[in-house]
Write a protein that binds this ligand. Structure first.
Ligand code: OAD
Length: 232
């Protein structure tokens, strides 16, 4: 089976009711990113940072995967699908996708502030001051903040390097190193980009599907079925 690598961003979950970051009405219009999503913010005002992520988690628990997430699961019938997501939600998992790499962390996990290897799943939505790891230190959101290293970027680059087909969905490609992953796609492979708005890529080899994720993925499935003569 061919390797189909999918890079997803906030737009992937927009139809599930999760806000994107940089659009009008997006999260970074409502909040100053450095005040809620940086190591400095955590040092200066951990309550505010926790409240921000608690709010996100609470909303996520009420959200469900959309047609776009489900379409990516359908693609597993025909391809070896590997998802590399910038999203911290668990909607790809809940839709049933098998291979998911979270570049920017996971909202439903927390981790120790003294030992980054101590990562815990959360049942509910609320993380509080005084919630500690087994070594007694405060727990923090398991999120990659601005100014922090992206530990999984090398794994993601290796995955992209092995792609036979690449699909980019719902990301403004503004945030590095994630946006640079497109450069790891082998020269000449087909690349599809699904987004209802224009996204600049600097790559001329891209087929744009200017639709929301739900409709766009159905179109992509039809394109790929025809191109590779795939039968149900
Ligand atoms: P952005 O908010 O920057 O971009 C969202 C993209 O989704 C835009 O290109 C929209 O046009 C598109 N979009 C909106 N609705 C859509 C829909 N229904 N279907 C498909 N696409 C849609 O979000 P990201 O590129 O994901 O990092 O942002 C990258 C990172 O910046 C995030 O992971 C987050 C943020 O700061 C951290 O918090 C570390």
């Amino acid at each position: 089976m061919k390797n189909l690598v999918v890079l997803t961003g906030a737009g992937m979950s927009a139809e599930s009711g999760i806000k994107t970051f940089r659009e009008m009405g997006g999260l970074w219009e409502e909040y100053d990113v450095m005040e809620v999503a940086s190591p400095q913010a955590w040092e200066n005002n951990p309550e505010l940072v926790m409240r921000f992520y608690n709010e996100r988690r609470k909303k996520l628990l009420k959200a469900s995967p959309n047609e776009g997430h489900k379409g990516l699961v359908e693609l597993e019938k025909y391809f070896n699908v590997q998802i590399v997501t910038q999203n911290v939600d668990d909607l790809h998992e809940r839709a049933g996708s098998k291979n998911i790499l979270h570049l920017h962390g996971e909202l439903r996990k927390v981790r120790s502030t003294v030992d980054p290897n101590l990562v815990y799943e959360m049942d509910g939505w609320e993380l509080k001051i005084g919630d500690t790891c087994e070594k007694g230190s405060q727990l923090r959101p398991h999120i990659v903040w601005f100014g922090e290293a992206v530990p999984k970027i090398s794994d993601a680059a290796i995955i992209c390097d092995k792609a036979d087909i690449m699909v980019v969905i719902g990301t403004s490609l503004n945030v590095y190193p994630a946006a640079g992953l497109l450069d790891y796609a082998p020269n000449g492979i087909p690349i599809y980009l699904i987004d209802p708005n224009d996204v600049g890529t600097g790559n001329s080899n891209i087929t744009f599907i200017k639709e929301k994720a739900g409709v766009g993925i159905q179109q992509l499935i039809n394109i790929l079925k025809e191109k590779y003569s795939l039968n149900d």
